[in-house]
Design a protein around this ligand. Structure first.
Ligand code: BGC
Ligand code: MG
Length: 509
């Protein structure tokens, strides 16, 4: 497969670092990470070699869904700092050649947003949301929330409002012109301040089908929708993306990457048409087991989905919504070895790569006790789904005990495991074979070496080449395999006697 991109944009082969601001670094001792904490650690990110940051939401929010419930889209929540803290971060990041993108949440707002308070108080002001009368005492239709439970909540005067996520996240009515006007104001507000683009939350949501027909209730897995799910992927969502793109086009070099969970490549590619999103998250690698044939199928699928639209592919092994990959691949030393091998595969591919904070330290998922869980999924699922807190535990920086230099406050917003002393940045800095030094080297080679160029050609499952001359081999089997001839640029673990051991990958030229 040979790939031709029309123009070489900065994001076309960028490494984005997804930063969960609550968990990266706390500068003011309240136990929660913040923007000045990010600014303090920019040299760390610069040494890691990333080209851009994606900040999860930092706008004003009651934090029912940790910032994905936005009450004021054009200001920073005091928990994270203020607008001047963002300005400091932007200036310091740009000075290091690192771009900064933010999360945009256009599908819903917080129930504390002034529009929603107005709607509650005055039934004639409800048209910016999706309010309906019920059917007798039942909600208007059978839709369920992605977080569990019904997607409708009743207000005291008897009407119901729609929320595809938590009841504190009422869905906006994108048929209302003020919704467009307000989102345009928000986009320009941040772009004018120097932000380099957005990750668009639930980019397949926003538009709702006429008449709000019932859904089939057989599968409601988190953020995974089926072909016939009327809650998502409705035709008029594309008008919304074209509108967002027109605004971004006023800011050369800005980028929009959408969270697009849709059924099938044709549907996916529609979001990446030249006048819609620049990039779309593809989650196939997140869903693939550690198996050479599955990994190959996921890569081929993601490349052909992007190809359908002439777009750049994207790669991600984890994010703030999914179990950390070390644990997904089996946990312990073996899970870590596999996660490192997969990182090498991912960083060998053409396109934009997203590294989720802590991935570069090989952090595992944390098994948290019930009483500290905060994700609304836990309560909304009737305490049957533990939710996403286990992948959001703060990063360990230094020292031998929690809070490991993340904060001056031992009472961090989620407890940090006592056995993370060996995973701190300080410890890994000093160890040439650490996961951190491995990531640094891999990103450096990817950005510097000419071999990382052109398309992907499969030699067999678990082995591909790039036009530029790179060879990437992955061993997901139980026995060592022979390495191809050539110079080993980097391996994800020790190589023994010219062989590639199980759970290991290598780059050769
Ligand atoms: C985000 C989630 C968030 C949800 C609702 C997503 O897909 O990634 O973290 O809970 O949208 O905004
Ligand atoms: Mg703080």
């Amino acid at each position: 497969m040979i790939r031709h991109f029309a123009r070489r944009e900065w994001w076309a082969d960028a490494v984005f670092y997804q930063l969960y601001p609550r968990s990266f670094r706390d500068s003011n001792g309240d136990g929660v990470g913040d923007l000045d904490g990010v600014t303090e650690r920019l040299d760390y990110l610069s040494a890691l070699g990333v080209n851009a940051l994606w900040l999860n939401p930092v706008m004003v929010s009651p934090m029912a869904d940790h910032g994905y419930d936005v009450a004021d889209p054009r200001d920073i929540d005091p928990l994270f700092g203020d607008l001047t803290a963002l300005d400091r971060l932007l200036a310091a990041a740009h000075a290091r050649g690192i771009r900064v993108t933010m999360d945009l949440v256009p599908n819903h707002v917080s129930s504390a947003h002034p529009w929603f308070l107005e709607a509650l108080a005055d039934p004639s002001r409800r048209d910016r949301f999706i309010f309906r009368d019920g059917i007798g005492d039942a909600p208007p239709n059978n839709w369920v929330s992605v977080f569990g439970g019904p997607a409708w909540t009743r207000v005291p005067d008897g009407q119901w409002y729609l929320h595809l996520f938590d009841s504190a996240q009422p869905d906006l009515n994108w048929e209302h012109p003020e919704v467009f006007e307000d989102v345009e104001k928000t986009l320009r507000f941040w772009l004018d301040r120097g932000v380099d683009g957005f990750r668009i939350d639930v980019a397949h949501g926003m538009a709702k089908p006429p008449g709000l027909p019932d859904m089939s209730l057989t599968d409601n897995a988190l953020l995974r929708n089926k072909e016939d799910d009327p809650r998502f992927d409705n035709e008029s969502v594309h008008e919304i993306h074209r509108f967002i793109r027109r605004v971004l086009d006023d800011y050369p070099e800005s980028v929009a990457v959408g969270e697009v969970w849709v059924h099938g490549n044709e549907r996916f590619a529609r979001y990446l048409r030249p006048d819609e999103l620049h990039l779309g998250f593809n989650f196939r690698l997140v869903q693939a087991d550690f198996d050479a044939a599955e990994v190959r199928a996921a890569i081929d699928n993601a490349m052909s989905a992007a190809d359908l639209a002439g777009a750049v592919p994207t790669w991600t092994l984890s994010n703030h919504d999914v179990e950390r990959e070390v644990t997904r691949y089996g946990g312990g030393a073996r899970g870590l070895a596999r996660a490192r091998a997969m990182a090498l595969v991912m960083l060998a591919l053409p396109g934009a790569v997203f590294v989720y904070n802590g991935e570069e330290l090989g952090l595992p998922q944390v098994d948290l006790p019930d009483e500290v869980l905060q994700d609304p999924v836990w309560e909304r699922s009737g305490r049957t789904e533990r939710g996403r807190d286990g992948c959001r535990v703060p990063l360990p920086w230094s020292g031998d005990a929690p809070p490991f230099g993340f904060s001056a406050n031992p009472d961090t917003w989620l407890p940090m495991p006592a056995d993370w002393a060996g995973l701190t940045v300080q410890r890994q800095d000093a160890d040439p074979s650490s996961t951190l030094n491995f990531y640094r080297r891999a990103i450096e080679l990817r950005s510097r070496r000419p071999e990382f160029d052109g398309g992907v050609h499969w030699v067999r499952d678990g082995a591909f080449t790039r036009d530029g001359g790179l060879r990437c081999v992955l061993n997901t089997g139980a026995a060592p395999v022979t390495l191809p001839a050539g110079e080993v640029l980097l391996a994800s673990g020790p190589l023994t006697g010219g062989l590639l051991p199980p759970d290991t990958a290598a780059w050769l030229v």
